[in-house]
Ligand binder design. Structure first.
Ligand code: ATP
Ligand code: MG
Length: 205
């Protein structure tokens, strides 16, 4: 065997050994993960991708024939594209009736609107036929204290055992992060908006 061939085969042996070790580790973790129950997932942080991640998971669940519902705590200027698609697939949406604070500039009106959506959320979070509930932009309702934190925690704790819940929004309250099973924080490295590019259909809503 030439030196070159010997080096190539020992590199390939080392790669194989490394991959086997990795496989053993992954297999052990798969063996350890035996519990199956509804998860509380939080997608927070300042970067773009929180709501799209939530809606992506709803699409994933619906694709498997699971039942999902969405509550949106902020009514954007435009109806998001996901709503049009997912309503056609049988996903029920409950959307906050007013705009957001800097649009309405009426705190009492916002609180009333938030509480109305929350009433709907309580129905969703006690409905055993729902496998997944997305609470889009809910974090703000807790940071502005529009909703009662203890009541939200109680409702999440008492939901049907198999039901998954996804909460999105910036600056998620510590108590919700502590309660959650999976938490991802999306960091903004850069965003087109900062370079003066406007929000675009199909990408931003
Ligand atoms: P998306 O709905 O695209 O997943 P998001 O849910 O992570 O975004 P939000 O904080 O809910 O982000 O903001 C909603 C809107 O603001 C979207 O149109 C999104 O493109 C835009 N946006 C998100 N992150 C940023 C950012 N860092 N700077 C400016 N605009 C942003
Ligand atoms: Mg969002």
């Amino acid at each position: 065997m030439t030196d070159e061939k010997t080096t190539a085969s020992s590199t390939s042996d080392k790669h194989k050994q490394r991959m086997q070790k990795l496989k053993d580790k992954v297999d052990a973790r798969i063996d350890n993960a035996t519990e199956e129950r509804g998860l509380l997932i939080v997608i927070t942080g300042n970067g773009k991708g929180k709501s799209t991640s939530g809606f992506g998971t709803v699409a994933r669940a619906v694709g498997h024939g699971l039942n999902a519902a969405v509550a949106q705590f902020i009514k954007g200027t435009w109806a998001c594209g996901e709503r049009k698609l997912l309503e056609n697939a049988g996903v029920k949406f409950s959307v906050m009736g007013t705009g957001f604070t800097w649009n309405t500039q009426d705190k009492e009106k916002d609180i009333t609107a938030a509480k109305q959506v929350w009433l709907k959320c309580k129905e969703l979070l006690s409905d055993p036929t729902l496998d997944l509930v997305l609470l889009d932009e809910m974090t703000y309702m807790l940071s502005y204290k529009y909703l009662d934190l203890d009541e939200v925690i109680d409702t999440l704790n008492n939901r049907p055992k198999h039901q998954h819940v996804i909460i999105t929004g910036r600056a998620c309250h510590r108590a919700i992060i502590d309660l959650a099973d999976t938490v991802s924080e999306i960091q903004s490295i850069k965003h087109a908006f900062d370079s003066g590019i406007k929000a675009q259909k199909g990408i931003d809503w």
